[in-house]
Design a binder for this molecule. Structure first.
Ligand code: KG4
Ligand code: ZN
Length: 335
């Protein structure tokens, strides 16, 4: 039903998000409240994230409905991220979604967060339709998926064996004295640097389509130590540019391999790291038709969850009251 209204909630990590879209994929509102509080700890503190979701979620949902010019009475479906993510954080979204849906006896759709990232490409005004290769790179995940339909059962063909690409950016940024999360700041610092100044590992030893970033941050740590404090400080921009280049190459080389292996000619990118300028530029050189959603749809948001909800089985009231969350593993929640 293209005209139906879907309200979605996303609370899997530290962003409290709600959005309203139409069944046709038109975004009516997309509210993201970033908690900001975690930067002082250098990472997300799960318990603090849950407490903040609890404080923010009511207002965020109200804002999403108001900006969309609608109210819950006129909504047709409630959607929510059921996993993977931080369990306490997910529980706030799922409990809220159940309450909102049950109050109006609305149906509910349980959405997988990674399906959401992939489904960001299906949103209007110019939906990117399957088949395509999806590269998702964020603080929590790094994966390549062969997407041949709209549903959650896309084929995972590559993933990180250790750190996520965003995590590599954040850890590198921290070593270079930048705040958390540090991807965007590292990109800015790198603009004044020489990307060929230092050679950093690109996980060349990891065959196939999987990623590995853990060795990279260790290499940066050793390089900083080797240079000594004063010299490392003087060459911060070169270090940032070379480090960023290693991450970009690791992602681009595997995306290129995946395009060749699958025969796909179209590539959609998502996740916070997709905001990175040099990565976008490098992927544009691969020759595939490239879909780069606007940054607000690359980082965690609820519009992508609403988008995915259009392609998962819907749970009727009151069947979803026992719905549980999952931290890892299972990709498509059972209907
Ligand atoms: O998708 P996202 O908002 O949340 C997660 O699901 O993790 O991604 C956040 C990640 C952080 O690691 C952040 O440093 C990284 O995306 N990031 C960037 C840039 N903007 C955000 N990394 C590189 N360059 C950027 N411009
Ligand atoms: Zn995410």
């Amino acid at each position: 039903m293209p005209g139906r209204l879907i309200v979605a909630l996303e609370t899997s990590c530290d962003d409290t998000c709600a959005a309203v879209i139409t069944g046709a994929g038109e975004i009516r509102s997309n509210v993201i409240s970033s908690q900001g509080i975690h930067d002082r700890y250098g990472g997300v503190v799960p318990e603090i994230a849950s407490r903040h979701h609890l404080e923010l979620i009511g207002d965020v949902v109200a804002q999403a409905l108001a900006r969309a010019g609608t109210e819950l009475e006129r909504v047709d479906l409630v959607a929510v991220t059921a996993g993977p993510g931080l369990v306490g954080a997910l529980l706030v979204g799922v409990a809220t979604a159940k309450a909102l849906a049950a109050a109006h006896e609305l149906p509910l759709a349980a959405v997988d967060h990674l399906h959401g990232h992939v489904a960001a490409a299906f949103l209007g005004p110019e939906p990117f339709e399957p088949p395509f290769l999806s590269l998702i790179a964020s603080g929590g995940h790094t994966l390549l998926a062969k997407v041949t339909g709209h549903g959650p059962r896309f084929e995972l063909i590559g993933q990180t064996l250790d750190d996520a690409a965003g995590e590599a950016f954040d850890k590198g940024a921290r070593l270079l004295g930048l705040g958390y999360p540090g991807g965007a700041a590292l990109e800015r610092l790198a603009r004044d640097g020489d990307r060929a100044a230092f050679g950093f590992p690109r996980a060349a030893g990891v065959p196939g389509l999987d990623f590995s970033f853990a060795g990279l941050k260790t290499a940066l740590l050793y390089r900083v130590r080797e240079l000594g404090e004063a010299e490392a400080e003087r060459r911060r921009a070169d270090l940032a540019a070379s480090y960023q280049h290693a991450i970009v190459e690791a992602l681009a080389v595997r995306a290129e391999r995946a395009l060749a292996a699958t025969g796909l000619e179209r590539l959609a990118i998502g996740g916070g790291v997709a905001a990175n300028g040099p990565l976008r530029a490098r992927l544009a050189e691969l020759g595939a038709e490239l879909d780069v959603p606007p940054p607000a749809l690359c980082t965690d948001n609820a519009a992508m969850i609403a988008s995915a909800a259009r392609y998962v089985p819907v749970l009727a009231y009151p069947g979803y009251l026992g719905l549980d969350v999952y931290a890892t593993g299972e990709r498509a929640p059972a209907a």
